[in-house]
Design a protein around this ligand. Structure first.
Ligand code: 3HC
Length: 315
């Protein structure tokens, strides 16, 4: 990185350089990053549940091994991100309590159920595909620890998306029942995947959004709608390759715009699921709380070991 222009926040932003934990930063910048990084971490951890539901029922040992690796990766992504959030002076215990108490969010996509094996394909292909689209620009986020966490996350996400695409590729070349299962999964996951990019940049649903300020601070490099459009443009040719028909009758190439036009998104559904009225909201949080409680002994053991280790080093 070029010589840093000192540690003045505005000068670093103007020079498109990284803000590091020890730099002075506006309190609102710090709060925005804690909010976004924490909710990103919560999404990774909660996101382990939908696919975790299929590890014991994967159709082959190979598929089981791949799925275990993917779900473990998501846990690792959560840990990187909680660590990045902690550089802003907040404790992960506090962040987890905000998740458990509904004071912080996780991505609404994970409130949808995984009804068949094909859902693991649709999640890898669509959800991780959307995550990549959203996370690659975050590698250039103005906050150093977040940007650096994203570089490794994005490398692992591309494996996640490829394995999802391959699951659907195999199903679409299987029996009619397997093709129908893949098509049904795409039908159920397509629109919620578009919602992952956040509310629209304009109109009623955009009210109270953070995009403008986050773009001014170099946290967001593209608006929600711009990334959503890039995602649609990327996925339509892939769906054609798979032989999957995306569930949007308005989807068509617009030569003039150089993009695909697509139909209206049901933002009422988006806000309903955010308010807690999705199919799996209650299950996801109760499972998370149970896992946290059952994992208390691991935290206690790690703290006891760290305490003994520190006492030995102090002798
Ligand atoms: N699910 C839940 N809440 C959402 C959401 C979604 N899909 N999209 C937006 N929201 C919330 C925002 O958090 C905000 O609420 P808040 O003020 O209580 O935090 C409100 O809706 C307004 O949205 P904005 O777009 O104005 O908010 P942001 O500027 O924070 O942008 C975002 C939303 C694009 C998701 C941004 O926070 C972001 O890029 N986050 C990092 C990426 C991330 O969190 N991805 C989640 C999926 S992780 C994943 O898929 C892992 C993969 O491995 C499976």
């Amino acid at each position: 990185q070029r010589d840093r222009v000192g540690s003045d926040f505005d000068a670093l932003l103007a020079a498109d350089q990284r803000i590091e934990p020890r730099d002075a930063m506006p309190e609102k910048y710090r709060e925005t990053l804690i909010r976004q990084i924490a909710q990103h971490a919560h999404s990774e951890i909660i996101g382990m549940q939908p696919e975790g539901n299929w590890i014991t029922r994967a159709p082959s040992l190979r598929r089981k091994a791949i799925l275990i690796a993917k779900v473990q990766d998501e846990a690792g992504h959560g840990l990187y991100l909680y660590s990045a959030a902690e550089t802003l002076g907040i404790d992960r215990q506090e962040l987890l309590e905000r998740l458990h108490d509904g004071k912080q969010k996780y991505s609404s996509i994970f409130n949808y159920p995984t009804l068949t094996w094909a859902d693991c394909g649709a999640i890898g292909w669509l959800v991780d595909g959307a995550a990549i689209m959203n996370q690659v620009p975050l590698c250039r986020c103005s906050y150093g620890p977040y940007a650096r966490a994203m570089i490794r996350v994005c490398k692992e996400e591309s494996f996640h998306q490829r394995q999802g695409f391959e699951i659907l590729w195999n199903l679409m070349r299987g029996t009619e029942a397997q093709q129908a299962m893949a098509q049904d999964a795409a039908d159920r996951w397509w629109w919620p995947a578009l919602m992952m990019f956040g509310p629209p940049d304009t109109g009623e649903a955009a009210k109270g959004g953070h995009t403008e300020q986050s773009m001014a601070w170099g946290i967001k490099r593209f608006s929600n709608d711009d990334l959503r459009q890039k995602f649609v443009d990327m996925m339509v040719p892939q769906a054609e390759k798979l032989g999957i028909v995306l569930p949007d009758p308005d989807l068509r190439w617009n030569e003039e715009r150089g993009h695909y036009d697509f139909g209206p998104i049901d933002w009422d559904e988006f806000w309903r699921v955010l308010r807690g009225d999705g199919a799996c909201n209650a299950e996801r949080i109760s499972h998370r709380r149970r896992a946290h409680d059952e994992g208390a002994w691991v935290r206690e053991a790690a703290n006891a070991y760290a305490g003994k280790h520190a006492a030995r080093s102090a002798e």
